[in-house]
Design a protein around this ligand. Structure first.
Ligand SMILES: Cc1cc2nc3c(=O)[nH]c(=O)nc-3n(C[C@H](O)[C@H](O)[C@H](O)COP(=O)(O)O)c2cc1C
Length: 154
């Protein structure tokens, strides 16, 4: 199965998991870059409002064509119990180009179920596997959980 990991990360947590997934699956990876300045406290507040309003944003050029892959593994940080606007924009641009999808996210504690549910509705495909890694797990041990996810997408 030809797989691509696609992710957005504001502060590095989702990036860390994305890189681990792509390394374990020995597959390609693409980072979604958000052109909007989301740094600092003001950036945090604007980001929460944008995510809550299901706003789109301008993202950097996407190099890899999703139609060339059997599976797209999409990763997002949870913002206001939803996907980040950069991920929404990626999906919006590529709707209809996905064969199969799997989802992963990082979050402080909650909002993942709502976010995954909305991602599924937005894409119109049921993910073959999903994983949430909380900040607590990220700092401790998530190996078994990740292994299970990898098994589900192989
Ligand atoms: C604007 C904003 C909103 C957030 N909303 C939530 C939330 O609803 N639930 C939650 O558990 N964590 C929330 N978080 C925490 C992030 O999901 C968490 O820190 C994540 O691991 C960050 O990923 P990143 O380092 O890849 O950007 C929010 C963070 C930001 C910046």
């Amino acid at each position: 199965m030809k797989t691509l990991v696609v992710y957005y990360s504001r502060s590095g947590n989702t990036k860390k998991i994305a890189e681990e997934i792509s390394s374990k699956l020995k597959c390609e990876i693409e980072e979604i870059v958000d052109s909007k300045n989301r740094k600092g406290m003001l950036g945090w507040i604007i980001s929460a409002i944008d995510a809550h309003s299901k706003k789109l944003t301008t993202i950097g050029e996407i190099i890899k064509d999703p139609t060339k892959y059997d599976l797209i593994v999409i990763g997002t940080p949870i913002w206001a119990a939803l996907m980040a606007p950069a991920v929404r924009s990626y999906i919006n641009k590529n709707k209809g180009k996905f064969k199969n999808v799997a989802f992963f996210c990082t979050c402080s504690s909650s909002g993942d179920s709502r976010a995954f549910g909305e991602m599924e509705d937005y894409i119109g495909i049921t993910p073959i596997s999903k994983i949430t890694i909380t900040t607590k797990e990220l700092n401790k041990n998530y190996e078994a959980k990740l292994k299970n996810f990898i098994k589900g997408v192989k």
